[in-house]
Design a protein around this ligand. Structure first.
Ligand SMILES: Nc1ncnc2c1ncn2[C@@H]1O[C@H](COP(=O)(O)OP(=O)(O)OP(=O)(O)O)[C@@H](O)[C@H]1O
Ligand SMILES: [Mg+2]
Length: 360
């Protein structure tokens, strides 16, 4: 789905209020495809509607950060920061009413949902709500996932105006969904949005538009050349646009500008995306990728295993890890390919260095 319809559907759900489908969303997509940007955009939509927006990224203490931000918002709204010590959440289930009491003890950890529901109590009369975005959902540990899912579900069932938008890498999210524990049910209920690369023709059009808005010009052909070089990959769109533009300060964008701009953009992509991603991997993971880069197109597991001098079974462990890390994607027919543009070229250029590390 494109970006605009996601924003429009979210607006519609904010208008419809509690129970509307797009208040609970799970966004997936490759590295750098724009998930974090999308969470921010959705947050802006919610904010424009008077909702309180809480952005968090998965990691230690995430639930506490949600609670803290909720308390902060509450005090900014002019309500005493020290709220009730006890909150009763009344929840209606098909089996009848259940009520659950949260007591904020000194030692015991209390639920983040307590702070959020106190904030919601202030927002409900104003006909707004709370929008929580959780980035990198795949790196939440089991305990936090459980608490997030369980308490969110309770707030939602109570009819509170709460939006929960989560984002993560596709394979890692699939693994979360494949589980049979209770958080899975919550995640499965979320509207799925898969962010894809932007169509190259759209990229070309936006290059033409941006450049002419900047008081310069570019031919349709050169705009297409720039667009093709991005592969529709959002991060690369940004880089190609920026580096092509700065090759010349004024006047029409020339073929030379485009060629140099694309090269500069590719170099920056390597430094900003590929290099840090590779550093996070194990040595065998990196070697696996270097072996994949020997292929022109997609790769076969058995070929990679052969190049590694290992069995397919051994290689499949690394393939699965790399899928989960969002470095590669399945290309159908049991083949796999790189998940980000120019990673193949980067690996070829740096193979010696990457392999040397492996042989240390
Ligand atoms: N729709 C878009 N149009 C143009 N550029 C975009 C768009 N979305 C994202 N970008 C650019 O691409 C870059 C990567 O986006 P973002 O950080 O949101 O990706 P991500 O999917 O969260 O990546 P990761 O999986 O690494 O967290 C951003 O720096 C942003 O400038
Ligand atoms: Mg991100």
């Amino acid at each position: 789905m494109g970006r605009q319809p996601i924003l429009e559907d979210f607006q519609e759900s904010l208008d419809d209020g509690p129970g509307a489908p797009n208040l609970l969303q799970l966004i997936t997509g490759a590295r750098g495809v724009g998930k974090t940007v999308m969470l921010n955009e959705l947050g802006l939509v919610a904010q424009a509607n008077g909702w309180v927006v809480i952005h968090v990224t998965a990691g230690a203490g995430m639930l506490d950060r949600i609670a803290y931000k909720a308390r902060l918002a509450k005090s900014n709204l002019g309500s005493p920061a020290a709220g009730k010590t006890t909150t009763i959440l009344n929840l209606t289930t098909p089996l009848g009413g259940v009520s659950r009491e949260f007591v904020r003890g000194e030692e015991s950890s209390f639920s983040w949902a307590e702070d959020v529901s106190e904030l919601l109590d202030i927002l409900v009369p104003r006909e707004t709500g709370v929008c929580i975005t959780v980035d990198e959902i795949h790196s939440l540990d089991d305990e936090q996932m459980h608490a997030l899912a369980g308490e969110s579900q309770m707030l939602i069932r109570q009819g509170y105006p709460i939006a929960m938008i989560m984002a993560g890498l596709p394979k890692a999210v699939e693994d979360l969904l494949a589980g049979d524990r209770s958080p899975t049910t919550f995640l499965r209920r979320a509207e799925r949005q898969v962010l894809k690369d932007v169509p190259v023709s759209d990229v070309a059009e936006s290059f033409e538009e941006i450049i002419s808005n900047g008081g310069r010009s570019i031919t349709e052909e050169l705009a297409y050349e720039c667009a093709r070089a991005t592969n529709g990959y959002p991060f690369m769109i940004q880089l190609v646009g920026y580096h092509t533009w700065r090759q010349g300060r004024s006047g029409p964008v020339t073929r030379q500008h485009v060629g140099d701009g694309i090269l500069a953009a590719q170099a920056r992509l390597g430094a900003l995306v590929h290099e840090p991603a590779l550093v996070d991997l194990s040595e065998v993971d990196r070697t696996f990728l270097v072996k994949m880069a020997e292929d022109e197109g997609s790769s076969r597991l058995s070929d990679i295993a052969k190049r590694l001098g290992k069995t397919s079974q051994y290689a499949s462990v690394y393939r699965d890890r790399l899928l989960k890390a969002g470095m590669i994607r399945s290309a159908g027919f049991g083949k796999m390919s790189f998940a980000t543009p120019y990673l193949r070229e980067y690996l070829r250029d740096h193979a010696a260095h990457l392999m040397a590390q492996e042989e240390d």
